[in-house]
Design a protein around this ligand. Structure first.
Ligand code: CP
Length: 309
């Protein structure tokens, strides 16, 4: 397994089988238990963020530094030669000469694969448009495993922007390995892409679609709530039609009926879809989930850079 990860690009959750996902989760547990401080000493991470980020960028950078590595990069491509018209391809060709690994967030779907095709060093996709966010999925799986005690056979509701939600697409594909039953709850204009549903059904996942949690909530072991992503809409009028459509709060959920051990995840940031009344409940695991970004990204960096047996 060590060999399978060494120098590997991390682009899409589709590229991983169940055994490999479980390996990353085991390695993450080791990262939480052990205090590795210098296994990435001398290694350089280029952190290239062409879209805003708090959790992904800072947890990658923190993980790299905690393991003894060094960071270069940018959080705003406006201060780079991209502003002078340099292409992504040329930027990657140059930057790979300055580092050992690239973490890339970009607004274009397929950008991470493009970068990986160009670079001889490993590229990690930190989110490419509405497509994929594989390391978010690793940490989502880790959070579910830790808080539910298992990944097997869960009933999971995905709520919100399922059309543009890259974290939803990645997590649904991953949970398909674990026999999950999936409920996709969204307005009609933000349904899961048809090809995702088709692929999940081909993998024998039982998929249900609806526009409301009503009548569903009491079946769920996990709710994966997501933000309606204003920035992904080409037409602001379409955004206004669905803005604020879901507003979960403790009283509403308990009135609708939920399992006592329901866990609510959210990749964050949130806007208005999840009320602060949930924050101090046992249902809420989203802040814990964000913290898992550190051990997960330590595991990914050390596996890809071949620093761990
Ligand atoms: N979950 C996530 O990708 O958050 P950021 O956009 O803050 O990185």
């Amino acid at each position: 397994m060590v060999k399978r990860f060494k120098q590997r690009d991390i682009i899409s959750i589709r590229h991983f089988n169940k055994e490999e996902l479980l390996y990353i989760l085991d390695l993450t547990k080791r990262m939480e238990q052990m205090d590795y401080t210098d296994i990435l000493k001398g290694k350089v991470l280029a952190s290239l963020f062409f879209e805003p980020s708090t959790r992904t960028r800072l947890s990658f950078e923190s993980a790299m530094q905690k393991l003894g590595g060094i960071i270069i990069g940018f959080a705003d491509s406006g201060i780079t030669s991209v502003a002078k018209g340099e292409s992504l391809s040329d930027s990657i060709r140059i930057i790979e000469g300055y580092c050992d690994i690239i973490v890339l967030r970009h607004y274009l779907e397929g950008s991470a694969q493009l970068a990986a095709d160009i670079a001889e060093i490993p590229v990690i996709n930190a989110g490419d448009g509405a497509n994929q966010h594989p390391t978010q999925t690793f940490l989502d799986l880790y959070t579910i495993q830790k808080t539910k005690g298992t990944l097997e056979g869960l009933t999971v509701g995905f709520l919100g922007d399922l059309k543009y939600g890259r974290t939803v697409h990645s997590l649904a594909y991953a949970l398909a390995y674990f026999g999950a039953e999936m409920f996709f709850i969204s307005p009609a204009s933000l349904r899961m892409p048809r090809d995702c549903i088709e692929e999940l059904r081909n993998r024998t996942v039982t998929c249900h679609e609806s526009d409301s949690l009503s009548g569903i909530s009491r079946k769920l072991d996990v709710i994966y709530c997501t933000r309606i992503q204003k920035e992904r809409f080409a037409d602001p009028v379409e955004y206004e039609k669905v803005r604020g459509i879901y507003r979960l709060n403790k009283a509403l959920l308990e009135e609708m009926g939920i399992k006592n051990n329901l866990k609510i995840l959210h990749p964050l940031p949130r806007v208005d879809e999840m009320d602060e009344s949930l924050d101090r409940t046992n249902y809420a695991v989203y802040f814990h989930q964000a913290r898992n970004g550190i051990p997960i990204r330590k595991a990914v960096l050390s596996a890809v850079l071949g620093a761990i047996e």
